[in-house]
Design a protein around this ligand. Structure first.
Ligand code: NAP
Length: 280
């Protein structure tokens, strides 16, 4: 077994609806359904309690099986899935959620997110109303959004009076998302980083490499630690259980103020994914 860690290795952050979320989770984008069961069960054995999937990833069945295979009680696990762009609209969103729940083999999910606002479709407010209903029915514990820019957040809050608990956005040293984070904070919304390692690309940055070398850590551990110290939720993905373990050995060291300013200077605005204004 690769590097065992304590089952309580990640602190939890409080959501505005009173629930809480483990700050470190495992992302499973581009993990094959057939591999997801073993990877998820292995991650849970290492101490992970938070899994992030989506309809798009086509592995909800494997993720749900991995949760059951772990033998850890459902109540100790935190599962996020997401509404895909083809399923916007009130009725469609409700039906899409039913399909996700069936594939996962669960009777509730902890967090359901609108994956992208898809402004060109102009249906994200209807979808948001469907998520609020699922929450009110108890089939979803918490509801949130992903890739929402400030105007999209303002609109759902203005039209429904309800703010999401989480906004999951692309966020890493090249794209620290300061404006979105400040707005999220002002509304009690937690920010969650997707592609926190910039899909692995920021790990080759010489500044990250130098900090890692000085601390005797890997570049990935430095970047995950940077997210934790920024107070955001972070969900690095790896197909390898050894790297999943490595990415979690981040609770026994700290980046200094000097490290943080050197990393802050890496901001370039570079995205590794789509621009939410023009996608879907
Ligand atoms: N809401 C959204 O629109 C959205 C979009 C994208 C992603 N996400 C979520 O965010 C999660 C993470 O983002 P991501 O998967 O795009 O990218 P990421 O976590 O930034 O990076 C994953 C890449 O880094 C590599 N890697 C991971 N740990 C490593 C380590 N310790 N050393 C070296 N390389 C390492 C992985 O390779 P190996 O797998 O080969 O180890 C993979 O190629 C996703 O899985 C998904 O859950 C959400």
């Amino acid at each position: 077994m690769v590097g065992m860690t304590s089952p309580t290795f990640s602190p939890s952050l409080r959501l505005s609806d009173g629930h809480s979320i483990p700050q470190l989770g495992l992302g499973v984008y581009k993990v094959a359904d057939a591999h997801a069961t073993e990877l998820v069960a292995g991650a849970i054995e290492l101490g992970y309690r938070h899994l992030d999937t989506a309809t798009l990833y086509d592995n909800e069945r494997g993720v749900g099986e991995g949760m059951r295979a772990s033998g850890v009680d459902r109540s100790e696990l935190f599962l996020t899935t997401k509404l895909w762009n083809d399923d916007h609209g009130y009725d469609r969103a409700l039906r899409a959620f039913d399909r996700s729940l069936e594939l996962l083999g669960l009777d509730y999910v902890d967090l359901y997110l609108i994956h992208w606002p898809c402004p060109a479709q102009d249906r994200y407010v209807e979808s948001w109303r469907a998520l609020l209903r699922l929450r009110d029915e108890g089939r979803v514990r918490s509801v949130g959004v992903s890739n929402f820019a400030i105007p999209h957040l303002e609109r759902i809050i203005a039209e429904t009076g309800e703010a999401p608990v989480i906004n999951q956005v692309e966020l890493h040293p090249w794209l620290p998302q300061s404006a979105v984070r400040a707005f999220d904070r002002s509304q009690g919304i937690l920010t969650e980083s997707w592609s926190p390692l910039a899909r692995g690309r920021v790990l080759d940055d010489p500044v990250i490499g130098a900090i890692a070398e000085r601390l005797g850590r890997s570049p990935a551990q430095v970047v995950v630690r940077w997210h934790l110290q920024a107070g955001v939720v972070v969900i690095p993905k790896s197909n390898s259980l050894a790297r999943v373990a490595e990415n979690a050995r981040v609770f026994d060291f700290e980046l200094s103020d000097d490290d943080l300013s050197r990393i802050a200077a890496l901001e370039s605005g570079e995205r590794t994914g789509k621009d939410p204004e023009h996608f879907g």
